[in-house]
Design a protein around this ligand. Structure first.
Ligand SMILES: *Cc1c(COP(=O)(O)O)cnc(C)c1O
Length: 408
């Protein structure tokens, strides 16, 4: 007698060990220029980083305002560790949360102009949890083609039917809504500022569609929070639609410089999430140091937004103008710190990033599935704390890498 197990083994042509199978898969990734690895930094992640005793200008961090190393932010984290310890201990529903988390949620709600906010261990877990907690069988989720991977995974987790619409195309949203039947609710989800291209979603148009159709709307503002809008409150405020967006999602790990994610919405929605959102319920609360540093950072952003933002915008414009002068085709004239330098093939992007590294600039190649096939790139992100000298030196490295790879 054969068991089901044996049959399965026979079909795969023998018993490859998990190690063997994994080795093969990684080798295949290497062959295709898709291999990923991490570099250990010997100090803080700031505008310059130390790797193996050498200093590099960092052009790939989302710590856009440099707040992760701001003295007030660091002090707040140290004090919190001393008072509340290193870890939260359990899910907040099980063992309570320290007061800092509550204060942080009140600060976020006030900043975002919503009734309440709820903090999660990461932005990824907010998306993974919120979309499936708010939609169910018979409902529809409409998702932008270029949404972040965490929203794509969120749609996969949801029991609702997902329709992917053409990037930032309101007409296609209407077409997709017309295809939905039944009485289910419709949730439109979009990045606020798209993470790989730095373009802004057409939130005004989407709001007007959602009002006409009685749909709901969630905006993932991971990259707009702290960057644009009044006092850095984000893209919904920037577009003048903060009141109309039902669900505002963001992360504490980018411009806020700490770690964690949040959702801001009406009180009833937050109550529902506390009671039904699985990544919230079944994950330990954020560490006290993260809550304290995020709170300190948001207060700094709200207080000093004009200065922080004018430095960031200046650096973004300097970098874009410099790259265009050298001959690279990057989008001009935007103060958004995300600058895509699209090179096409995976190998081309890899070679370019290696040349940059050789010239003292750390900005890795971004390849599928982070970006669509054929659009592998260097995703440059500038920080408010880069100096003009940093930008000049970086531009020289881009010129050299461009020449060495025949890109310019
Ligand atoms: C980074 C990012 C996230 C994930 O946030 P983390 O806090 O890093 O988990 C979610 N959405 C978008 C658009 C992002 O860029």
């Amino acid at each position: 007698m054969r068991t089901g197990q044996e049959e399965k083994i026979d079909k795969t042509g023998g018993m490859a060990s998990l190690d063997g199978q994994s080795r093969q898969m990684v080798a295949e990734l290497k062959r295709r220029g898709r291999y990923r690895y991490m570099r250990p930094l010997d100090g803080a992640s700031s505008t310059r980083v130390e790797i193996d005793g050498h200093e590099y200008i960092l052009l790939s961090s989302n710590n856009y305002l440099g707040l992760s190393t701001h003295p007030e932010v660091v002090d707040a984290a140290v004090l919190a560790v001393k008072k509340f310890g290193a870890g939260a201990g359990a899910s907040r529903l099980v063992s309570g949360h320290n007061r800092l988390v509550q204060e942080l949620e009140e600060e976020i709600a006030d900043w975002k102009g919503k009734d309440r906010a709820l903090v999660f261990p990461s932005g990824y877990s907010v998306n993974a949890g919120v979309i499936s907690a708010l939609t169910g069988v018979g409902d529809f989720v409409l998702s932008d083609q270029m949404n972040h991977a965490s929203l794509i995974d969120a749609c996969r987790l949801s029991k609702a039917e997902t329709h992917v619409y053409e990037h930032s195309n309101p007409l296609d949203i209407i077409r997709k809504i017309q295809k939905t039947g039944g009485t289910g609710s419709i949730l439109i989800v979009t990045d606020g500022i798209f993470s790989m291209d730095g373009d802004i979603a057409p939130l005004r148009e989407i709001v007007s569609i959602k009002k006409k159709c009685g749909a709901h709307m969630a905006v993932d503002d991971a990259h707009g929070t702290g960057i644009i809008g009044e006092n850095g409150s984000g893209v919904a405020g920037f577009c003048g639609v903060a009141d109309d967006v039902d669900i505002l999602i963001g992360t504490l790990s980018k411009a806020v410089g700490s770690q964690g994610g949040f959702v801001a919405a009406g009180s009833d929605v937050i109550e529902r999430l506390i009671n039904t959102c699985r990544p919230f319920i079944f994950s330990t609360g954020i560490a006290p140091a993260c809550a304290a540093s995020a709170l300190a950072a948001i207060r700094i952003i709200r207080r000093d937004f004009e200065d922080l933002s004018s430095n960031l915008t200046r650096n973004a414009r300097l970098m874009r103008a410099g790259l265009r002068e050298i001959g690279f085709d990057v989008p001009a004239d935007s103060g958004i710190p995300i600058i895509p330098l699209i090179l096409g093939g995976d190998e081309a992007a890899l070679r370019f990033s290696e040349k940059l590294f050789g010239k003292g600039v750390f900005a890795p190649a971004i390849r599928p599935p982070s970006v669509p096939e054929g659009t592998s790139r260097i995703r440059i992100s500038v920080m408010a704390t880069h100096t003009e000298e940093d930008i000049d030196r970086a531009l020289e490295a881009f010129r050299a890498a461009g020449r060495a790879t025949g890109t310019i």
